[in-house]
Design a protein around this ligand. Structure first.
Ligand code: 6GU
Length: 460
């Protein structure tokens, strides 16, 4: 990912970003940034870039010519017009969601204003996004651009070396992070909470969630209200937990958003695979939801026959897969006989795409980069893998033909269940018709099947 900053104070950017994690990530080649001095592009004598505003008023404005020529130079080798962000207190408020959105881009251009602003005509010509970092006025866009680059760059794979941190941090699930402690165990007569020294991972996960909830309620009532709304939906869905586990886990893991909810008429959206999850109480409400919320939907997961019917009638969609969901309900971790199972990296990308029966390579890349794929190794050779899908279900299972019948598949399945459980989530998966018997056999292990199927409805 490449950041290009148009500014009159390039040293400020270079100095601000050169240190610490972002500086290190740039040296390692995960990102690059450069500050380009717009003054270098002016055609006026003495490097002048500003002039008085027409119509009068305080201060000076940056003229269009140096801005435009600088922009042309930065973008001359780009195949498409990049997102170009003008930093201004009049912009849309920057937040974590926007950071995630920008992190998907390959090139980003930032334009820093100074003085009283920039001639409107060049803004109209080049700017795609007007962004502010908060409701206060700063003297220029340089500090805001550094704030934005820091927040965006840390979402680029490889910049943080801790794979899971982005999935469990503040705002991920509308909750603030829990308090943390390190040595010494007693400091100024204050003790570290006992549970953290207990070694009981289940209790630690539970305590941390409680702390997050309490802290959010006190410090961020606005976020807490959002969290509570989600929880109320989760509670409604929990009346039929095995049937609605996909919707419950999407919400409680913070992987999706609520588009509609009223009683048991609910529409959720998962942005990574552009997946909709819907339930409806009657054909009438199903038709309403399809008309209002599923216009651009290509793939819908539902357990409601009325939703299937509405999608067929209104959109010409049909059932692509009929699956049964299973949920792991016990407290204890499952036994994993095969010992050498490790998190996969992009080094293993080719193996996974070659053997996984799906042609979406970008999706596989995303799963690996998010740290959600694990592989079984025999004598250091990768022989199988398993993972967590973008919407939260366990899957992506494969075992090399040469190694089948050795219990490696079972080990991978149990491993991924234990992994999801260790994050404080409820493990679940989906099996196709033919496999139901094998899961049924596993009830003694704590895997329970839903009593009704789930439909994947689409166009294929
Ligand atoms: Cl992006 N620019 C300026 N000058 N002031 C700000 C801002 C941006 N965001 C908040 N205040």
């Amino acid at each position: 990912m490449n950041f290009h900053v148009m500014t009159l104070f390039p040293e400020m950017i270079e100095n601000g970003l050169g240190e610490s994690i972002i500086g290190r990530a740039a040296k390692a080649g995960y990102i690059s940034y450069r500050a380009v001095n717009m003054r270098d592009y002016t055609v006026e004598k003495h490097g002048k870039v500003d002039d008085y505003p027409y119509g009068g008023g305080a201060g000076m404005l940056i003229q269009p010519q140096p801005v435009y020529d600088c922009y042309q130079d930065i973008t001359k080798d780009m195949k498409t017009k990049p997102r170009t962000i003008y930093l201004t207190p009049q912009g849309k408020r920057f937040d974590q969601k926007m950071a995630k959105e920008f992190a998907k881009e390959e090139e980003l251009v930032f334009l820093c204003g100074h003085y009283e602003g920039i001639d409107e005509r060049v803004l109209e010509e080049i700017v795609t996004d007007y962004v502010s970092i908060g409701d206060y006025v700063l003297t220029g866009g340089e500090l805001p651009v550094m704030v934005m680059i820091d927040a965006i760059a840390r979402l680029v794979p490889g910049v943080l070396n801790n794979e899971t941190s982005a999935e469990t941090e503040s705002f991920h699930n509308d909750l603030l992070e829990y308090p943390q402690y390190t040595r010494p165990p007693v400091w100024r007569e204050k003790e570290v909470p006992q549970v953290l020294l207990s070694g009981n991972h289940q209790n630690i996960v539970k305590w941390r969630l409680e702390q997050s909830v309490k802290r959010t309620e006190v410090r961020r009532p606005d976020l807490y209200a959002k969290y509570q709304k989600k929880q109320s939906i989760v509670k409604r869905l929990s009346k039929k937990k095995r049937l609605y586990i996909h919707m419950m886990e999407l919400l409680s893991r913070g992987l999706g958003e609520v588009l509609y909810e009223r009683g048991m008429d609910i529409v959720l959206f998962e942005p990574e695979s552009e997946l909709y999850m819907v339930c409806a109480e009657s054909l009438e409400s199903a038709k309403y939801l399809v008309d209002k919320y599923l216009n651009s939907a290509g793939l819908v997961l539902t357990t409601s026959e009325v939703v299937v019917q509405a999608l067929e009638e209104k959109k010409g969609m049909h059932i692509c897969h009929k699956v049964w969901q299973y949920v792991y309900t016990l407290k204890e971790p499952l036994p994993v006989k095969h010992k050498d199972i490790r998190r996969l990296t992009m080094e293993h990308f080719a193996y996974v795409t070659e053997h996984y029966d799906m042609d979406d390579e970008e999706y596989v890349r995303n799963r690996i980069e998010k740290g959600q794929m694990f592989g079984a190794f025999v004598e250091d050779r990768l022989v199988g893998f398993v993972g967590v899908h973008a919407e939260g279900s366990c899957g992506l299972l494969y075992v090399d033909e040469s190694c089948r019948g050795m219990g490696i598949g079972q080990s991978l399945e149990n491993y991924i269940i234990n992994y999801v459980k260790s994050l404080g989530f409820t493990p679940y998966g989906q099996v196709k018709e033919g496999n139901v018997a094998s899961i049924k056999l596993q009830e003694k292990n704590g895997l329970y099947m839903a009593e009704e199927p789930l439909y994947w409805v689409g166009y294929e």
